[in-house]
Design a protein around this ligand. Structure first.
Ligand code: C5P
Length: 420
């Protein structure tokens, strides 16, 4: 399965309404799509519909401080394999040619070092205007790859060059440009590469948010990156993956059935509904406590009375609950994750025994390691009779190595139990 991802910059033209279709076509080919809308594009296509089709947050405004903190324009480009501008309006083409950077779309385009494709769409006269043609020549000289436009009837009633290319044509050209062959995507699905085909993997990832009142909640710094990388690696190994995720800023992993929840109680309930499973990997940083009684209205600052007291109760321990299931109900392999800031080995192996899981993957998340929210990880794996330390590597490599180790364990176990 491909793990390519395209950032689609949607310009403000009538063809923007085709964006959901474009996202679906990429997904069908195993390619994830994340959307960035110009202000004008938001008049033609709703960010909400794009978010639900792409399974990802939609980025709109450079000056949205929250977006910039969570995902800056540099990172948006860094997390994509390519950028596709579709529809590319005369305005966006002009900005690109001039190196203008005055909104999120143009800033991202100026900041990127990834391949950029444009699918122009505009009125035939605008297309033929010398200014547009001059800008297009500049973009070609800059190495931007052109897709179309096509000739045909236009929304404005005229006929000629300026229609955005067919969705299929756009997707094919982007895949060609990235050297992704349709057969490549299919080939990844062959049984030879799928040691976990037929296995149902149940996973949790991300933090949980425990509400205090309608506007405030208790949370933690988990990004979900390691869990999502593991879910992707499982899908690539042919497993059917059910991922129950707390709130994250990450796009849905391609090929994974994801359910997004907020609280620990919701996470437990979806985990219960998703059973039975063969393998369970619980990477979520589930909040240990929730507020006893959530206020229905925003708690007011009572001047003079001092701060309110929060009364906390313990959340259900999903990993411990799952590990203690009996017989067929219990997944054959239950893996927990222990994030510690000190005495990692000692705390993690004690935690494995206490919770009753088979393996405990431990990492040191003290602030100086940069692991929480970062792209690398250093882990130790504790089993009932073994302990391994892995060198520092990317979270993607950890995921692939862990899934390979699990595949090995599953096949060794089934070889030992020929009748099972
Ligand atoms: O106790 P601690 O939070 O350190 O345990 C970490 C492991 O337990 C992780 O695998 C986490 O997903 C799981 N866990 C859980 N439910 C909780 C708390 C932790 O599944 N309420």
């Amino acid at each position: 399965m491909s793990t390519h991802r395209v950032l689609i910059i949607i310009g403000g033209g009538i063809a923007a309404y085709k964006a959901p279709e474009l996202i679906r076509a990429f997904k069908k080919n195993g390619i994830g799509a994340r959307c960035l809308l110009t202000a004008a594009a938001a008049q033609f296509v709703s960010p909400l519909s794009l978010a639900s089709v792409s399974g990802d947050k939609v980025y709109e405004n450079l000056f949205d401080l929250k977006d910039e903190v969570e995902m800056g324009h540099i990172q948006l480009s860094r997390e994509a394999d390519a950028i596709l501008v579709a529809p590319a309006t005369a305005d966006l083409i002009g900005k690109m040619a001039m190196g203008v950077a005055n909104d999120l779309a143009s800033t991202t385009l100026l900041a990127t070092d990834k391949p950029v494709f444009i699918a122009p769409a505009m009125n035939v006269r605008m297309w033929h205007h010398p200014a547009t043609q001059r800008n297009l020549s500049q973009l070609k000289a800059d190495g931007i790859q052109m897709i179309g436009p096509d000739e045909g009837d236009m929304a404005c009633g005229e006929f000629g060059l300026g229609r955005m290319s067919d969705i299929e044509q756009i997707v094919t050209q982007v895949m060609d440009g990235l050297n992704i062959e349709a057969s490549d995507v299919a080939a990844k699905y062959t049984p030879v590469d799928q040691p976990l085909k037929g296995q149902h993997v149940l996973m949790t990832a991300g933090p949980t948010h425990e509400p205090i009142d309608p506007v405030r909640y208790i949370a933690n710094r988990s990004s979900g990156k390691q869990g999502y990388a593991i879910a992707t690696a499982f899908a690539e190994a042919g497993a059917t993956v059910s991922l129950i995720s707390g709130p994250t800023n990450l796009p849905d992993p391609v090929g994974v059935n994801i359910t997004r929840v907020e609280t620990a109680k919701e996470m437990l309930s979806i985990v219960q509904q998703s059973l039975p499973a063969d393998i369970a990997v619980m990477t979520a940083a589930v909040a240990d406590w929730r507020v006893d009684t959530q206020a229905n209205q925003k708690v007011k600052k009572d001047i003079g009375a001092g701060p309110p007291t929060l009364s906390l109760v313990e959340n259900p321990d999903i990993l411990a609950w799952l590990s203690k299931l009996e017989g067929d109900k219990r997944p054959d392999l239950v893996i927990g994750f222990a994030a510690e800031t000190e005495n990692v080995a000692e705390y993690a192996s004690a935690k494995r025994a206490r919770k009753g899981c088979d393996w405990m993957v431990a990492n040191n998340v003290s602030p100086e390691t940069g692991i929480m929210g970062g792209d690398n990880n250093t882990i130790d794996i504790f089993t009932s009779d073994d302990h391994e330390t892995w060198p520092n590597m990317s979270k993607k490599d950890v995921a692939q190595k862990l899934v390979a180790r699990i595949s090995h364990y599953v096949s060794a176990k089934s070889n030992k139990e020929p009748n099972s």
